[in-house]
Design a protein around this ligand. Sequence first.
Ligand SMILES: *Cc1c(COP(=O)(O)O)cnc(C)c1O
Length: 404
Amino acid sequence: MSDFSKIREDFPILNQTVNGKPLVYFDNGATAQKPQVVIDAIAKYYQEINANIHRGVHTLSQLATDAYEASRQKIQHHLNAEFAHEILFTSGTTQSVNLVAHGFTSLVKPGDEILVSAMEHHSNIVPWQMLCEKTGAALKVIPMDENGALIQSEYEKLLSEKTKLVTVNHISNALGTINPIAEMIAKAHQFGAAVFIDGAQAAPHLKPDVQALDCDFYAFSGHKVCGPTGTGILYGKEQWLNRLPPYMGGGEMIKEVTFEKTTYADLPHKFEAGTPNIAGGIVLGTAIDYLNGIGFENIQKQEKMLLEYGTQKLLGIEGLKIYGTSAQKTSVISFNIAGIHPYDIGAILDKMGIAVRTGHHCAQPVMQFFDIPGTVRASFSFYNTTEEIDRLVEGVKKAKTMLS
Ligand SMILES: *Cc1c(COP(=O)(O)O)cnc(C)c1O
């Protein structure tokens, strides 16, 4: 199952030329490519069972509902959640964060504190700022060091009885750092604070166990785990989801509606107003099956090999600096070359068919910390190869010659 040269053939998009050169796709941190089984499953849904869920008595509606709920259970087992109703379908990590931040509006008051880490994606900063603006709570930042690791002693100092929620990413999208979230969750719980984990960058690389972690919320996006765009998951512990008010009102989330009063549906439907992305939700389950079929241990082994190979080769280029050098990191290499703007490197690489991300990676505070405008980010997936890394290194060298 771990013949990675064969696995590549599962991804039709990789087999093409861009700007006259074979495509090298190193922007997996922004979105992952889709295997043929995922592409086929989308077509199959629309060809065979398309119908609205949870409402029809007719056969197709039953089939669609069963497939949607089967996908929810698949994700429940994947995350090792206790109950299927703790798994909410959302449109992505961003919506998952907003759902919880909105819910906390009724649970925090002036003087309370929300802790957020210094290396968060904007979508795990801004909703909490909005919560603080609405409620008078204060946002406090857990600082990081030069390697891009969170400073645990500073985190401990920030925790207090005032802390109502701690939010941190499992893996940083800008630096690749894997945060010690199990320890951080345990520390927060000593003060009764809830913990939200942004798992958007972790879910493609590992299988989180939400019960072992004991996190209160865990979010990820379907499109980063080889699934469809516009899909996402929010895991929430039952008691927390029961405490939070609904995020959106509408059909499907109610028990009974009169003009005087509406009562809300049970979990998970209370948080799933309106017709969801049914095909997407079902096919997200297909994508999770696909990754489990390869095996996360195999995925990690392959990506670790690519990370080590890429790090060593890139560091051979004079003037190249890597940001994010924490001992625990995933297959993301964020770098700059002295005196050259990252955008210019990215544009030259694109001409050579190599897709990387350049800029602030939706994590401007990280760039402010390192006092840089942005970085070039190469993020590897299990379907990438060392030959592709060689092409990247060649491309960066060429860009350096052209631009200096
Ligand atoms: C991509 C990403 C998000 C946002 O995910 P969307 O799919 O755009 O909603 C949030 N946090 C991290 C760490 C990410 O990498």
